[in-house]
Structure formats: C-alpha cells, structure tokens
Design a binder for this molecule. Structure first.
Ligand SMILES: [Cu+2]
Length: 322
C-alpha cells in the first residue's frame, strides 16, 4: 500500500535505530529452545574479569531445565551440584523432585584476551512454552568476579540491565515456532520488549489507524518484526514514512522491520509505524487495544496499545520512552 499525506499534518520524518552497547556480554549461541525437546547450551565467554583470567565458571540451572548434562572440558574440573527442584516436573513419565542446580567448571585459565565456550545439554519442560528463561552465569577470577545474573523485573526494559543473564525463549513444542499465550510476567522479562505502545483515536468511519511503540531487543541476535494481529483490524502492515519533495510518502516494509541485537526500533508519528488496516470499529480515547506483534525469532509477543486522543503526537505522560 502507498499513501500520501501533506507534510504539515505529519511533521518531520524520523527514523531511529539505537546502536547496541559496545559491552560484550556472556551469551548463549542459541537463544531459543523448543519446549520438551533437547537443547544444547553453548555459553560464550568473551572476556575475563577486568583484565584477569577466568578460573571458575558457575552456571545456575533454572527450574524446569531437566536432564542436564555438562560437557567435560580439557584443563577444567567439572562439578555438578544437585538439589531439590521447585515446581513439579516429570521425566520419562515419573515425577522428579531433585536435579542439577549448578554446573561448575573450575581450575582452568581462560585469559582475558581469549574467547572460549562451555557446553551443556538439557531439556526445557513443556510447561515453560512461551516463557523467557534466564540462565545466570558467574565468572570467577583470581581476585574478582563478573556476574551475568541480572534479570528484568516485570515492566523493566531488559536492555537497561548492566549484566544481563543470558535468556532462552522457550517456543511451543508443536512446531509452529511461535510461543502463544505467554503469561504477563514472562512477557515482561522477554528478550523482546514492547514499551509505550499507543494508537491515536480514529474518526468515525476510518478504516486505518497508526500504531506506535518502542521495541527493545535484549538478545545477542538481530530479530525482525514481520507483522501482527489485532482483534480490531483485518490485518497489519509495517510502514515507513519519508519525505519525497515535501510530500510525505508511506511505503510498506514487505521484508519486515529489523530490530538490532541489543538495540531498539522506535515506531513513531512521521517515521516507522504499524498500520492497522480494515478497521472493524472506531477506536476511542482511553481504551486499550490488545494484539500481538510477530517476530521472526521471538515469535508472537502480546502487546497492549493505549488509545490516545485524536491528533496526539506521542505516548503522553508517563508513557514517554527516554
Ligand atoms: Cu502507513
């Protein structure tokens, strides 16, 4: 779809992609796992503790990560700490109450200038489908530690964390690749966070509406917004507005909108936006419109858009992002 509007009504074009921080985090090679299926965790350690070599690596195993087996590593002693599980899980049809809680590789010497990988395998319980599960990691050096253990609180932007624990997004085992029905708490801690989402109210009879939000990607991999679904709209397109000789032109991003690793994409008036097409009814100031945004890797992320007065230019008080 191509549509035109005059510059006066829409203001300046804006396009904002914030760069990823230059800080190298401990990360997982694969940040998505299928519920109920075997998952190979490859932990990537990019540096030591403030110049010192890493001598111990401790990995905390989250609840519901079962059948955990670490890969021995030449030059390192492997230690497996077991303990009580919180939550009820079954392995091979039998209830289990104990399991691996921590894996420790120790006695090695990973120089600050070097890179290495630590591997274990396990299986995320089917009940974790749709959740984002952090795997906290601690590097211990001769006289310092680096803790990759920060987990986003509900509503907190995971991108703002100084030392984020790597997160695995658990997708449904049924093969769709999309984690449906994530509980609200899990959505807030998800690697893809959608904040400050709003839609301007529509005049009676309008068939389209713009949708705006800030999308933060806390994962080490780029993702792509490919579309979404809303009860109030027949379909959703992703548009970019640009200035063609004083005429504001909208074009559809048929390939989707990239969200860089550790970065953000901002959807706002005059720039990138969602276009809700074939509106089924008028959108009124003050109501909340629910939907999902679809990402190539993260799957479907539930979102709530607040409807703001007709003619609004931003998300309004308390919802303004940065
Ligand atoms: Cu548009």
């Amino acid at each position: 779809m191509i549509c035109f509007q005059t510059r006066g009504a829409l203001g300046a074009t804006a396009f904002l992609l914030l760069a990823a921080p230059a800080f190298a985090h401990a990360t997982l090679e694969t940040s998505e796992a299928r519920a109920g299926a075997s998952y190979k965790a490859v932990i990537r350690i990019p540096h030591g503790c403030d110049g010192q070599a890493t001598e111990v690596l401790t990995v905390s195993i989250p609840d519901g990560l079962l059948d955990v087996k670490p890969m021995p590593k030449p030059g390192w002693t492997l230690e497996i700490r077991t303990g009580a599980l919180s939550g009820s899980f079954t392995v091979a049809g039998k209830p289990v109450t104990e399991g691996v809680r921590e894996i420790v590789w120790r006695g090695g010497h990973l120089a600050d200038a070097h890179y290495d990988e630590f591997v274990f395998r396990g299986r995320f319980d089917a009940s974790l489908a749709g959740r984002a599960v952090p795997i906290p990691i601690v590097q211990t050096c001769a006289s310092a530690t680096v803790s990759w253990t920060d987990v986003a609180a509900p509503g907190q932007d995971p991108h703002a964390l100084a030392s984020p624990a790597p997160v695995v997004r658990i997708v449904s085992g049924e093969g769709s690749g999309h984690g449906h029905g994530a509980p609200a708490g899990a959505a807030a801690a998800a690697p893809i966070a959608v904040g400050g989402a709003w839609i301007p109210a529509t005049p009676a009879g309008a068939k389209v509406a713009g949708g705006y939000a800030v999308i933060a990607n806390a994962t080490p991999e780029a993702d792509t917004l490919t579309g979404g679904t809303f009860d109030v709209a027949g379909r959703v397109e992703i548009h970019e507005m640009s200035d063609a000789g004083g005429v504001m032109r909208m074009r559809e991003l048929a390939e989707g909108l990239p969200v860089p690793a550790g970065g953000k994409a901002e959807l706002k008036p005059g720039g990138l936006h969602l276009m809700l097409m074939d509106l089924k009814r008028q959108l009124k100031d003050g109501e909340t419109v629910r939907g999902t945004l679809r990402f190539r890797k993260a799957g479907d992320v539930p979102v709530e858009f607040r409807v703001r007065p007709l003619g609004s230019r931003d998300a309004g008080g308390g919802h303004h992002h940065h």
